[in-house]
Design a protein around this ligand. Structure first.
Ligand code: SF4
Length: 483
């Protein structure tokens, strides 16, 4: 999972990109990069770590111009290095090009082999570089045609922002696995002022810089932003929409609106639906508390508590000075992380039945520790409720889930997982319940006629992969370097 950002037509393009990336920081914390177009060409700065630690004022001062694209990266196993930090910026026969990508290309190995056989030399281990090479060897005179031709050849998930010296392109794969949206930054009052346009993985970054969400980039759409404003191509054959369901469960910020559905509303509704599907017998406002696993379990816990008429308590206190454990790349840190990150709050737990709400269970190790921590702080019973279905299959579309053999739901049924967790009960939201929650999250916003009802990717729950992947039963998952 990564975050991409782009801005066209603002004199402070790099500074606003910094802010935009800051608002997307939850999508990737390993490296950050900004490429701008100044009067003398492209300028690139890429840094390891968080946006705010790498991009000081002096670094931003080296990024002149009114156009920029940016990227925050979360890599897969063991390949966290500056060499693979994005955006990539290259000079080739047709000029300069910069690329920032969120997603995974499922056929990148085959494409890379073909390109290498015809002489291409790769500088990184990233699947994104395949897109750059395919554009570079394109024969069409127009850049937009070369981009379309390149994207026709790649498969899998991409929300990609590209930039040459005159324009920015934003494209989303035909299934729309990953989000991408367009916003506008109104012009100031001066006579020759024009609005600036922005693109981002999530609209949360627009709020911070004073931009307004215009719309989502549609699956299969290539948006071109240049001095004439916004234009659009729909060059790909239409296929069923397969937006990632997990974006609504965990990845996106709760204040995001993705493909017309409010993430916060969807998460709250999923909590209500969860307790309908899996009530806790005998739970009353006197004997029971609903406790979220912060932060990702918070909205679902609010929805669950409201719907069930049970008190909501902060029974787990989060330290804000450690990263999200799920996306830490190193096993040692991940296991240690839960203790660093969460502490039980005995004042809220003592003598109570606790319904603890989390977004997902991956290996089960973190949840098992949490159950133990809650009991240790005085909880009489611990009932675990999960606002998504069991995660039993790896993701090949841009998320670093572990091997199938490491996913507890791949080898245990719900009763077996409850026993492993040492929970009094365990309930997962159904796939139907989750999809309905996302659709109801959309309804909260009123009518959105452009949003056609389509499917969602649910492969990590069902094993039904919308785009062909390596044999998902393989022990070794696709460990590619992604955007
Ligand atoms: S497999 Fe799961 S995490 Fe990956 S895109 Fe599909 S729904 Fe999202």
């Amino acid at each position: 999972m990564c975050g991409v950002f782009g801005i066209y037509g603002h004199p402070e393009a790099a500074n606003l990109s910094y802010l935009g990336l800051h608002a997307l920081q939850h999508r990737g914390q390993e490296s950050a990069g900004i490429v701008s177009v100044g009067p003398d060409g492209m300028h690139a700065q890429r840094k390891m770590g968080l946006v705010q630690s790498g991009f000081t004022t002096s670094v931003l001062d080296q990024l002149p111009g009114a156009m920029a694209i940016g990227h925050v990266r979360y890599s897969t196993a063991g390949t966290s290095s500056l060499r693979n930090a994005q955006p990539f910026a290259v000079d080739y026969q047709h000029g300069s090009l910069a690329v920032a990508h969120n997603g995974n290309l499922t056929n990148h190995h085959a494409l890379r082999t073909q390109l290498e056989l015809r002489g291409s030399i790769f500088q990184t281990g990233s699947d994104t570089e395949v897109i750059v090479h395919l554009i570079a060897i394109g024969a069409q005179p127009k850049i937009e045609d070369r981009i379309v031709e390149a994207l026709r050849q790649v498969e899998g998930a991409y929300s990609v922002v590209l930039m040459d010296k005159e324009r920015i392109f934003a494209a989303r794969d035909p299934r729309g696995f990953r989000p991408l949206c367009i916003g506008i930054l109104p012009s100031d009052d001066s006579e020759d002022s024009k609005p600036a346009y922005v693109v981002s993985s999530e609209p949360s970054s627009f709020e911070l810089i004073g931009a307004k969400l215009l719309r989502d980039v549609e699956p299969g759409e290539v948006v071109i932003i240049d001095e004439r404003g916004i234009s659009s191509l729909k060059p790909f054959a239409s296929v069923e929409r397969k937006m990632c369901l997990f974006e609504y469960v965990y990845f996106a910020r709760p204040d995001a609106v993705l493909d017309g559905s409010e993430v916060y509303s969807a998460r709250k509704i999923s909590g209500a639906r969860l307790i309908e599907e899996h009530p806790v017998a005998g739970a009353t406002a006197e004997n029971t508390v609903v406790v979220p696993v912060p932060d990702s379990g918070l909205p679902a816990a609010v929805g669950l508590a409201n719907h069930a008429g049970l008190p909501f308590e902060m029974g787990l206190i989060r330290s804000h000075y450690v990263g999200r454990t799920f996306i830490e790349p190193q096993q040692s840190i991940r296991h240690f992380g839960v203790k660093l990150k969460l502490n039980p709050n005995a004042a809220a737990l003592r003598g109570k039945r606790v319904i603890v709400v989390d977004d997902s269970i991956v290996r089960g190790t973190t949840s098992r520790k949490l159950v133990g921590m809650l009991r240790g702080a005085g909880a009489k019973e611990v009932h675990v409720r999960i606002s998504s279905p069991p995660t039993a299959w790896p993701c090949y579309y841009g998320i670093d889930t572990p091997n199938r053999s490491e996913l507890i739901a791949a080898s245990h049924d719900v009763a077996g997982i409850a026993a492993y967790l040492r929970a009094d009960s365990l309930g997962y939201l159904s796939v139907t319940g989750l999809i309905e929650s996302v659709r109801l999250g959309r309804r909260e916003l009123g009518s959105l006629p452009n949003w056609t009802d389509g499917g969602f990717c649910q492969a990590c729950f069902s094993g039904e992969y919308p785009v062909q992947v390596p044999d998902p039963e393989q022990v070794v998952p696709l460990r590619l370097i992604n955007g």
